[in-house]
Design a protein around this ligand. Structure first.
Ligand code: SF4
Length: 701
């Protein structure tokens, strides 16, 4: 990536929410962009020629809240089914706009125009056939290809202009043309350039009813590509709306979390005017997820004022990943920061008062250790002198049951003041980590705690973790950032250079802005503590895990965070110490780390949402393949419904299982097809054998 791209901003401020201004593009009666709500859409899965099934699914999608429906149009026969679908919709009073999804067939696109409100084309395959050729394109050859592209695209653009049909230029990371791949690589920049080739042709033809998308199954790539596209378009005076999505996200919790990370991070950046959540499930299941993601942004009223960071240069890199510099801290035997894996923490609101509960919690963590997703740091709040003996029992039992677990004690303010250098000093010598909670703003009480904290940390020779808490709801994050700088400078002067900082949720204007501000203020002061990302689902929010995934995912993709802690609260807003909630918090943290790929702890499944081209039962097949391969940590396995589009869309998968024909499968290693025409009944075993032949198989534990 060149320096010129890095210098372009994609939004007015990374420290406050502002929706990216766009023109409005009408898709039938539904306006996209401008001040319109962020729209929710999906795609049908029956064959488009099966008119009755398609109309029935459209009806269910609309009932669930879907505002725009896409249908695949692979051929002229499918395009010819569109008027019949329209008639079926009319019979059921369904007025939702229809979109024709086109790959490889300009003819099908042209035939669709009279019957739909939008056409989606993929710039990677609208004209070009993908061959994964490696070749150098001279400038003349490149220009000749662009001329050929203009020739093929012009009739479609003219037809859309005549009928006021919108056009989505929908780039997919996995299906960039060979021309783009050879010049720009398999990168966000390549995705952006791929779309801009098409946009420039539309603009030359004075056609502006354009919507753009930059989908990828790798959430970080999708986020970077959309940001870069926003920056490039802004620099070139373009204001077309964006359709957001993470493609081939898979199913279940993993698919939802991946979608929440990619879509949610961008919405929080102010980017996105319509969303589609792609799940390998009934498409109706996508709608509540999409609605939960867009709701907070559609309900926003007043814009938040961003703080002015005069003299502070942004160190965050929005268009490529670089982990934020952070000093390494040792917490018991667990390292955190530097190049250490991003750690997963749990928080206990008090040490358990009885041994049975302590054992139960530690057994849970010990069992978890066997699944590659253990809690690695357990922070425990100590609020009364009587809890010190409970804490000591916890430490002793942890040494026996979970020796790899680091334990941190977090004394409350009242306890510190009452006990100061007494009971707690004794405890701290036995506990592997010391954490202090300090309220912002720094008042007299805070100064006292700081003094006691430094004394105790010095006495124990331990790193210190400052946990900043909003003094009151709405305390601005910049107050916390300034306080953190002050505290860390005191810590450094006290000869304790290795520190950690965490922000409790609740700072205005929000979790993502708060950590970004903190990181920039610290970097400007030459301070590089490791950061613990703390978040919690809202107790009254059933979809809280999606919001947490969006916030934490955004920060992790920005390279921020050395540990992650999710706290589950009960209905009264109190921290929950039930084993079920501790387990859920731990598992969710790992799913988010995997969803961003900053820490790989399990097999990565890339599966398409299925559509009218799908050649087998994708949900069932995905479930079976997961069952057999879910222990292959780090392997990327794609399950794709059709050979026409599957290989192009599966991007960086190590192995691919792709529909070849009815009841038939093709197998891939990377992008190379190594077997085809395999009966579905044998295909799972052949995939396992292929993984073995390539030396990537291990037997399940
Ligand atoms: S890969 Fe899946 S979603 Fe994409 S066109 Fe093929 S069957 Fe449809």
């Amino acid at each position: 990536m060149t320096d010129s791209y890095e210098a372009l901003p994609y939004c007015p401020s990374p420290f406050a929410y502002t929706r990216r201004p766009t023109r409005v593009v009408q898709v039938g009666d539904v306006g996209i962009g401008g001040d319109n709500p962020i729209r929710v859409q999906s795609m049908t899965t029956p064959a488009t020629t099966d008119v009755a099934a398609t109309v029935a699914q459209i009806e269910r999608l609309v009932a669930a809240g879907c505002e725009i429906v896409r249908v695949t149009v692979p051929s002229a026969a499918d395009a010819e089914a569109l008027p019949r679908i329209r008639a079926g919709m009319k019979e059921r009073s369904l007025r939702v706009p229809l979109v024709a999804d086109i790959h490889f067939s300009p003819q099908a696109a042209l035939l669709s125009v009279p019957h739909v409100e939008k056409v989606r084309i993929n710039p990677g395959n609208f004209v070009d056939k993908k061959r994964f050729d490696v070749r150098e394109y001279s400038d003349e050859q490149y220009s000749a290809e662009l001329e050929r592209l203009q020739e093929k695209l012009t009739p479609l653009v003219q037809a859309c202009a005549e009928r006021q049909v919108a056009l989505r230029i929908g780039t997919n990371h996995g299906s960039l043309s060979d021309r783009i791949l050879n010049r720009y690589g398999d990168t966000p920049l390549g995705m952006v350039e791929s779309a801009l080739e098409f946009v420039r042709i539309c603009r030359r033809l004075d056609f502006h009813d354009i919507i753009l998308s930059m989908k990828a199954s790798h959430t970080m790539v999708a986020i970077q590509a959309y940001r870069l596209l926003a920056a490039r378009m802004d620099a070139e005076g373009m204001d077309y709306p964006f359709h957001l999505g993470v493609t081939e996200a898979g199913d279940g919790e993993d698919g939802r979390i991946k979608s929440a990370i990619g879509i949610g991070a961008l919405l929080d950046d102010g980017i996105g005017d319509t969303v589609r959540v792609s799940l390998t499930e009934d498409p109706v299941a996508e709608i509540p997820v999409a609605l939960a993601l867009v709701r907070p942004y559609n309900e926003r009223s007043s814009p938040v004022i961003a703080p002015t960071l005069s003299g502070v240069e942004e160190t965050r890199r929005p268009y490529d990943y670089r982990r934020r510099r952070a000093a390494t801290v040792s917490i018991g035997g667990v390292t955190c920061g530097g190049d250490a894996p991003i750690r997963v923490e749990n928080l206990l609101s008090a040490p358990p008062a009885d041994e049975a509960t302590t054992r139960r919690i530690l057994n849970l963590l010990t069992r978890a250790a066997g699944t590659d997703t253990p809690c690695e740091i357990l922070e425990v709040v100590v609020s009364r002198p009587g809890q010190v003996s409970d804490m000591e029992r916890l430490v002793d039992l942890a040494a026996e049951l979970a020796p790899d677990l680091a334990i941190a004690a977090r004394p409350t303010a009242a306890f510190l003041q009452a006990e100061a250098h007494g009971t707690f000093a004794h405890l701290i010598r036995r506990v592997q980590r010391l954490a202090f909670r300090v309220h912002a703003p720094l008042d007299e009480d805070g100064l006292l705690k700081r003094g006691i904290g430094l004394d105790l940390a010095g006495m124990a020779g331990r790193p210190i973790c400052w946990v900043l808490t909003p003094a009151m709801p709405g305390t601005h994050a910049d107050v916390a950032a300034h306080l953190a700088v002050d505290l860390l400078e005191h810590t450094r002067r006290a000869g304790l250079p290795h520190t950690q900082v965490a922000l409790e949720p609740g700072f205005a204007p929000g979790g993502v802005s708060a950590y970004r501000l903190l990181a920039e203020r610290l970097a400007a002061a030459g301070l590089h503590p490791s950061l613990i990302l703390v978040d919690r689902p809202a107790p009254d929010d059933q979809d809280g895990s999606l919001a947490v995934a969006a916030r934490l995912g955004s920060l992790l993709c920005d390279g921020m965070g050395d540990a992650v802690r999710i706290e589950i609260r009960d209905a009264q807003g109190k921290r929950s110490d039930t084993t079920a909630d501790l387990d859920r918090a731990r598992e969710l943290a790992y799913t988010i780390l995997q969803g961003t790929r900053v820490r790989i702890v399990k097999t990565e499944f890339i599966s398409c949402p299925s559509c009218g081209r799908t050649l087998f039962d994708l949900e069932e097949t995905t479930r079976r393949i997961k069952e057999r391969t879910r222990h292959l940590k780090g392997l990327k396995i794609a399950i794709m419904g059709c050979i026409v589009n599957g290989p192009g869309e599966m991007a960086d998968a190590d192995f691919g299982y792709v529909g070849w024909g009815p009841g038939k499968v093709a197998l891939f290693v990377g992008h190379e097809m190594v077997a085809k025409d395999i009966d579905l009944a044998q295909a799972d075993q052949r995939l396992v054998q292929l993984i073995k032949d390539n030396g990537r198989w291990v037997d399940p534990a």
